[in-house]
Design a protein around this ligand. Sequence first.
Ligand code: C5P
Length: 231
Amino acid sequence: MAELIVALDVASTAEVEQLVDRLGESVSFYKIGLELFSAAGPDVVRAVKSRGKKVFLDLKLHDIPRTVERAVKAGAELGVDLMTIHAVGGKAMIRAAKDAALACGARAPKILAVTVLTSLDQSDLADLGVSREMKAHVEALGRLACENGADGIVCSPKEVAHMRAALGPDALLVTPGVRPAGADVGDQKRVATPGQAVRDGSTHLVVGRPILEAADPCAAARAIAAEMGPA
Ligand code: C5P
């Protein structure tokens, strides 16, 4: 069954608490990103976990293996369920992240790799010395990550079907850029509906504005979950 993750794109722990309480039973998984974590720190993770919710801590770690290992350990000790690293950190860093997670036993967070940021295009890759075509580069980084211990990747809904075929049935495929049919797409360019993303192989959908900006956020979250259907 695919899971809905609501992106906590708000500025403070107080706003997070208000939102999580308002959404109540309609949402059980939340994403905390770099901006909120930098502003509010580990207390915001504790605030969400203490309400019995799952946390996707999306800090996109990229550093030497020892530092990433320690950062993953710190996240695991907070009880987070999913964490992100950059695949371009390389094999040793990916392995170090996974080993740090596994060392936490039953509380081990799953490790997701980011392949190529969606803000980059082919000419940016060329600037970075990458001559491979974007799709081939994303696929190669996804394979590198999963072959070295990552549990899955973050990818756009337009890449899901391809990455499911490339990475096999067990990989977690976490997709932002999801919009219910007829919704405002905002600044997202490559969107899919919840049903399409899940049919293509997404295991987790990350949704922000369609829920946060809805007149009735609970109803919006329930409608998206219903559109996701059983996987
Ligand atoms: O409001 P919206 O549903 O577009 O929010 C999507 C969430 O997923 C935001 O937190 C955004 O930062 C994140 N995200 C994204 N596209 C990516 C990576 C992350 O929209 N490529």
